[in-house]
Design a protein around this ligand. Structure first.
Ligand code: DGL
Length: 277
């Protein structure tokens, strides 16, 4: 009997694996697709366990490891943790689990590098989920680089569900945003980090809130550039190839699929993949 051999997939033509608690991480996938149009993407949204913002660190680590394992099984050449909350609690755990087989990127380090380089920053504001803010990860990472910088963090838990329901660029979103940004904690900031997958969609509204010149930093674009640089450095950039994208969710509903239009430029078909069966 002749031996069946499968052609090994060249590392550079493998997909980039991206995961999030749900569909919000599609903002990061969208930015990566824009910066790297040759790349194929495998996206996993853990809609069965959404929202991560209210979950314990242990649960988030547990979910993230299983998803990372799935992305590895899909032959991904890199894993991008698109979720700020998962990046806050599970980055080190996922990195240990992967054990250097492929690069793992979170959405926090590239942004920290960006704001600490900015000449403007003296007082940096951070808004995100309860989990991200409670972890204090931005202040910790910023202070490793520059102890002089003042970091003020505020949990803004209403924003992600509001955006996912399509409430942005309207009277309701402006009122909610103004109520959060008016917090005394965030007074006199000169940069504001939008530390959540959903917030690129309200970047303009946040910017419009300020009369003074406050730099609004959303992670999607900064992370996409970091992914590009990392793949280039490792000679893993895809060339001359028609990209194929797959979008998986752990729990499928029509409403999730409907909401993807806010986060990703092209129409998306979500496939259900329950990793916990
Ligand atoms: N993806 C989450 C983040 O960026 C927001 C939604 C959630 O709480 O799961 O932190």
């Amino acid at each position: 009997m002749s031996k069946v051999t499968t052609k090994p997939i060249a590392p550079a033509s493998r997909p980039i694996g991206i995961f999030d608690s749900g569909i919000g991480g599609l903002t990061v996938a969208n930015a990566i697709q824009k910066a790297l149009p040759n790349e194929s993407i495998i996206y996993f949204g853990d809609t069965a366990h959404l929202p991560y913002g209210d979950k314990s660190p242990d649960s988030i680590k547990y979910y993230s490891i299983r998803i990372a394992q799935f992305l590895l099984q899909q032959h991904c050449k890199m894993i991008v943790i698109a979720c700020n909350t998962a990046s806050s609690f599970a980055y080190e755990t996922v990195k240990d689990f992967i054990g250097g087989q492929i690069p793992v990127v979170n959405v926090i380090d590239p942004v920290v590098e960006h704001v600490t380089k900015s000449k403007k920053s003296r007082k940096i504001g951070v808004i995100g989920t309860k989990g991200t803010i409670k972890s204090d990860i931005y202040a910790k990472k910023i202070h490793v680089i520059n102890k002089q910088l003042d970091v003020a963090s505020l949990a803004t838990p209403l924003l992600a569900p509001m955006i996912e329901e399509g409430f942005f660029n309207n009277k309701i979103s402006r009122t909610v945003i103004a109520s959060y940004l008016g917090s005394r904690k965030l007074s006199k900031i000169d940069s504001l980090i939008l530390a959540c997958t959903h917030y690129p969609l309200i970047k303009q509204e946040v910017s419009d809130y300020y009369d003074t010149d406050v730099e609004i930093v959303d992670s999607a674009g900064v992370v996409a550039e970091h992914v590009k640089k990392t793949l280039k450095g490792k000679r893993l950039l895809a060339t001359k190839r028609k990209p194929v994208h797959r979008f998986y969710v752990s729990d499928f509903t029509k409403s999730f699929e409907e909401s993807t239009k806010y986060f990703f430029k092209n129409k998306i078909h979500l496939e259900k993949k329950d990793l916990w069966m």
